[in-house]
Design a binder for this molecule. Structure first.
Ligand code: PMP
Length: 443
């Protein structure tokens, strides 16, 4: 029989033991497996506002937010009602619906660079389509990406990718052909000299440069001022497309995503943008968007093929539309303030415990990098994040979890707050931080 200390997690533990026998690694997406922090992932039974509840009845303040979509908090009444109403009208038709066009109109109203939008179901699909479009538009083969940036599990982009590959220490993925790998140039993030050099050498063969608008898959590593804009200038000079991946940042760091904070369409804009997460409000919706001239190359108007049985699904797009309609200025003001409040508490607790660190942030996304090097210089690229004292994260994470706070189970992931994280929820996190900081110090 189990002791009192472990009884609370027994249902999760039993569920995971079974899951591991029938699903590879027991999970349907690798980072859920607690691979970097150890222990048993909690099986979640329900979620409401800023809280998730596991199958053992334990409640946690949630700082994962479904890995991004839950901008409004879990089970927001307006979103749940929109989903229920849409579901009652039918789950999918494989024919156009007005809801999907309304969602596209909402996206276009917020992001001026999104002249045309094509809806898909996952960020991976959006990125895959963006690259195919870039290759179709330019007739070129090569793609440039940055180490530590994650763009979904697109074959050509898994080299030195962040997210789960960073968590599990994988340099890339088996099963990617040598030919695909050879079509990708991987450069250090925030390094314009490296970008200039790569374009000087291969410029006439590069179809696109893809970048996370503000990287948040190697932990958060914000772009240096002017970096994205310089990428725009370099790609334009060489006739390559700039693809700004806003799957993470889109409609989260502001009403118009990261580009909305940095760019103006009359000034500079990427050729293509990718979105996901928030635009589905928790259901599978993602999008590729951008300049009409490029987007109109998509079939059935143009020669670049892309399709999807579930694309623009009426229930999923209803969730996304309700989410964006509820995400008014107050939501962004609140989320920004809540994130800033947590960042201050996090850095305060770690300083108090004598842990050298940097809390890095981009809009409302943030994460912590441990170590003297990060504390003095900040981590500007994947190499510096990898060289940090990321082993301090596991004890830190588990101390939070024990206190009822669910932080991302990896040092290489961003923390997410929502409009539903009120003072009471934030206080619970803040009360849990000192013990977690001491655990990080002792590691
Ligand atoms: N791009 C970025 C920047 C992401 O953060 C992610 C997912 N975390 C993706 C693409 C892939 O999206 P999906 O998991 O929906 O395929």
């Amino acid at each position: 029989t189990e002791t009192d200390a472990t009884t609370w997690s027994s249902t999760s533990a039993a569920a995971f033991a079974h899951a591991e026998e029938v699903i590879p690694g027991g999970v349907n997406s690798p980072v859920r497996a607690f691979g970097a922090v150890g222990g048993t992932p909690r099986f979640i039974a329900s979620a409401q506002g800023p809280f998730v509840r596991d199958v053992d009845g334990r409640e946690y303040v949630d700082l994962v937010g479904s890995w991004g979509p839950a901008l409004l908090g879990h089970a927001h009444p307006a979103v749940v009602a929109a989903v229920q109403e849409a579901a009652a009208r039918g789950l999918g038709f494989g024919a156009p619906t007005t809801t999907e066009v309304e969602l596209v109109d909402e996206i276009r109203a917020r992001v001026a660079a999104a002249e045309r939008v094509r809806l898909v179901s996952t960020g991976t699909e959006a990125v895959m389509t963006a690259l195919r479009l870039a290759r179709g538009a330019t007739g070129r083969d090569l793609v440039v990406k940055f180490a530590g940036c994650y763009h979904g599990h697109v074959d050509a982009l898994l080299a030195q990718a962040g997210s789960g590959l960073a968590t599990f220490g994988m340099p890339g993925s088996a099963g990617v052909t040598a030919a695909q790998a050879a079509e990708t140039i991987v450069l250090p993030y925030n390094d314009l000299a490296a970008v200039e050099a790569a374009f000087a050498e291969h410029g006439d063969r590069i179809a696109a440069l893809i970048t996370e608008a503000a990287p948040a898959n190697m932990g958060v590593v914000p772009p240096l001022p002017g970096f994205n804009r310089a990428l725009r200038e370099i790609t334009r000079r060489h006739g390559a497309l700039l693809v700004q991946d806003e799957v993470m940042t889109g409609f989260r760091v502001g009403p118009a995503g990261w580009w909305g904070l940095e760019g103006r369409v009359e000034d500079w804009a990427p050729d293509l943008l990718t979105f996901g997460k928030v635009i589905g409000g928790g259901l599978p919706v993602a999008a590729v968007a951008g300049r009409a001239e490029v987007m109109d190359l998509l079939a059935p108007r143009g020669p670049v093929y892309q399709a999807g049985t579930l694309s623009g699904n009426p229930v999923a797009t209803a969730a996304g539309l309700a989410t964006l309609r509820a995400a008014d200025t107050d939501v962004y003001v609140h989320v920004d303030a809540a994130a800033a409040h947590l960042r201050r508490a996090l850095t305060g607790a770690l300083a108090e415990a004598g842990v050298p660190h940097a809390v890095q942030w981009a809009g409302s996304l943030f994460s912590v990098v441990f170590g003297e090097e990060a504390a003095t210089r900040g981590a500007r690229d994947y190499a510096s994040v990898q060289a940090s004292e990321h082993w301090r994260y596991a004890p830190f994470f588990h101390a939070l979890l024990e206190a009822g706070v669910s932080a991302p189970p990896s040092a290489f992931e961003a923390w997410f707050v929502s409009a539903s994280h009120d003072e009471a929820a934030l206080d619970r996190v803040i009360e849990a931080l000192p013990a977690a900081a001491r655990a990080a110090a002792a590691a």
